[in-house]
Design a protein around this ligand. Structure first.
Ligand code: ACO
Ligand code: LMR
Length: 605
């Protein structure tokens, strides 16, 4: 892998660190990336499903996951893990990611992971061929392609340091602060950087100088390298070896910092765990001398480094190794951005014609489109175009439950309300509000409990026992007037449709075994219309490839009762219009139909 990151690289960001993620997305927008560099966020303690971020002046939603495995499964192409866990969790998060697999690069920001753990973690990653950047780092950047979190600083700094587009230097430092400083120096004295990595300040970091420089040697965008070493450790000697044995041939400008006070007037932080010399050859002076002897371009002091960069760059340019860069057009981020209060993911009315899940209304509305109400429901409720057998099942359900006469509780309430002089909508909602666990609203419950029983391999008797313990009647079982002797032909029709059109009906098959047991106790304890719909919807979704998790979510969010609500709305409106048409007077319930048993109120002192 010659290039660490490309313009298509996407990351999973562990921890919902919104400001760092926003910086990445701002960078993406400025450089004109097509896809956001953060594909998903792992937020173990959050309850939300997504986080909104600005994308230029607009907003996008980045999905949130509870754990790395789920995020990885949902975004298999996101092969970078940005581990922003604290020093307490960063090790476990990395080890888990290595175990899950599929990550090419893992960046660890935490400082202070115990050294014993860091060594084991780095060794494991190395064995698996995973590049670890850090611990204790601000990360890395491939200018014009992908930038990790806060590296490079603000967008203004990034543009000033020419980090918004590729230059020709490969930059490797330990410190993030000095990385930013050097990017700026390189931008002033040369044409910017092609790839840069701050390897991190801990004593045991994953990828070391040599790993990064060898990759840069193979990266054709990198024409020369800049290595900023540090007092302590012997990593610089590995680079010297690579030059000596010919693995590195590109020019390297190198400097090892160490006698900091001598060279800097202010503002640079030193305090890396690795920054102390345990032997003479680990001192900055010894390393600078050895690097110069190996043919690296070593300035006489840090202050002389800019001149050295200008010199090496100028030479390579004169030799034609480095060409001219055409400065790219960059997108500007609006100075005022407003976060949106509402989100809509199902329809869009901003164009000439409104759309349902991307389909213009005219493409689904008229008969010649071949689409019906089932298609419209599949688009607007599920954001998917279901196959014909499924959309026609939905349509069959809607038509089947549209009405069941005036005597059922919801229709009755709608009629009474209409007769009290209320409008269509007021009367309708009165009827709709009657829908619940006993009337029409047992569909969710039926799906939930039958699915639970089937998932847990409960025999019908065990299921009945289980429900008895819960203390609720089995949703989807029982009817006031329908029974074995007076079968509900709606149920017969739905079952027939499923038998003819569904690929399979495992949950219905199970429910029918339960029905056998309940009807053996009492013949009106049939699988009723609510039960049949709920159970067949689960069979439909399974056949359509939904995961169990998605189906459970449909059930818990009340999606199934919605089919009854949508269908019965047609009937309730019919009853309300019927009342209006007949100009029926105000209804008063006959008193002889009410048992009055009102005692004298007790006095309270
Ligand atoms: N599960 C287990 N036992 C039941 C169930 C059930 N779903 N329904 C009734 N029973 C039992 C009762 O506990 C009663 O037992 P008992 O005789 O030992 O006391 C016996 O069966 C008789 O019950 P009934 O009172 O005759 O039933 P009723 O006709 O009053 O109830 C109803 C009908 C409300 C539909 C009921 O069966 C029920 O609550 N079912 C579950 C909810 C449901 O599915 N509703 C949707 C109906 S379809 C629709 O509205 C579109
Ligand atoms: C309905 O569809 O409203 C019912 O099945 C309820 C009933 O009592 O008929």
């Amino acid at each position: 892998m010659a290039q660490l990151f490309t313009k298509d690289t996407q990351a999973i960001f562990w921890n919902n660190n919104t400001s760092a993620i926003q910086r990445m997305l701002d960078y993406d927008f400025v450089i004109g990336r097509k896809t956001p560099s953060v594909a998903a966020i792992v937020a173990p303690t959050g309850d939300s499903k997504f986080q909104k971020f600005f994308w230029g002046g607009d907003e996008i939603m980045v999905p949130l996951f509870k754990n790395t495995a789920e995020a990885r499964k949902a975004f298999p192409k996101a092969d970078v893990l940005l581990n922003f866990g604290s020093f307490r969790t960063a090790y476990d998060v990395t080890m888990e990611a290595l175990h899950i697999g599929g990550f090419k690069t893992i960046m660890i920001t935490a400082e202070g992971i115990p050294e014993r753990l860091a060594r084991g973690m780095n060794a494991k990653a190395r064995n698996l061929g995973v590049t670890v950047i850090g611990p204790a780092t601000v990360g890395a950047i491939a200018p014009g392609a992908f930038k990790i979190a806060n590296i490079g600083g603000t967008i203004e700094n990034i543009i000033n340091s020419k980090l918004h587009r590729a230059g020709s230097c490969g930059l490797v430092t330990r410190s993030g602060g000095l990385f930013n400083e050097l990017s700026n120096i390189i931008a002033i004295n040369a044409d910017g950087i092609a790839e840069g990595v701050a390897i991190g300040g801990d004593r045991f970091v994953g990828s070391v100088f040599i790993d990064n420089l060898l990759r840069m040697q193979d990266n054709p965008e990198v024409k020369y390298m800049l290595l900023l070493g540090e007092v302590g450790g012997t990593e610089e000697y590995k680079v010297i070896e690579a030059i000596k044995d010919g693995r590195i041939t590109k020019p390297i400008i190198a400097w090892c910092i160490g006698t900091i006070a001598k060279y800097y007037s202010s503002g640079v932080q030193f305090g890396h765990a690795g920054a102390s010399a345990n032997a003479e050859r680990e001192t900055a002076d010894a390393k600078n001398k050895a690097m110069a002897e190996a043919g690296m371009f070593v300035p006489s002091s840090f202050n002389d480094l800019p001149n050295k960069i200008a010199e090496v760059y100028g030479k390579l340019k004169a030799e034609g190794v480095i060409g001219e860069i055409t400065e790219p057009v960059i997108n500007a981020i609006p100075s005022v951005r407003k976060s949106k209060n509402f989100i809509c993911t199902i329809s869009d009315d901003r164009g000439d014609e409104a759309t349902y899940a991307g389909f213009p209304i005219s493409s689904v509305a008229t008969p010649d489109t071949g689409k019906g109400i089932g298609d419209v429901i599949s688009l607007l409720w599920f954001k998917k175009q279901y196959p014909k057998w499924a959309t026609q099942f939905i349509e069959t359900v809607i038509k089947t439950v549209a009405d069941h006469g005036p005597a059922v509780s919801g229709a009755h309430n709608a009629k009474v309300t209409a007769r009290a002089g209320k409008s269509v909508v007021e009367s309708l909602v009165t009827g709709l509000l009657t829908i619940g666990p006993r009337f029409g609203g047992a569909i969710d419950g039926a799906a939930e409990h039958f699915k639970y029983a089937d998932d847990n391999n409960l025999s019908p008797a065990e299921f009945l026992n289980h429900m008895k313990k819960l203390g609720i009647p089995i949703p989807g079982i029982g009817h006031r007037i329908k029974s074995l002797r007076n079968p509900d032909l709606r149920v017969v029709g739905l079952k027939k449709y499923a038998a003819e059109h569904f690929p399979s009906t495992p949950l219905l098959d199970y429910a029918l075994t339960v029905e056998q047991l309940t009807t053996s106790k009492k013949d009106n304890l049939i699988l009723n219309v609510d039960g049949t719909i709920g159970i067949l919807m689960v069979d439909m979704w399974r056949a359509l490839g939904y995961s169990e998790e998605e189906i459970n979510e449909f059930i818990s969010s009340g999606t199934l009762n919605a089919f009854f609500i949508a269908g019965r709305t047609i009937g309730f409106i019919g009853h309300v219009l019927d009342e209006k048409r007949l100009a029926m007077p105000m209804y008063r319930h006959p008193m002889d139909d009410i048992l009055y048993q009102v005692d004298m109120a007790e006095e309270i002192q």
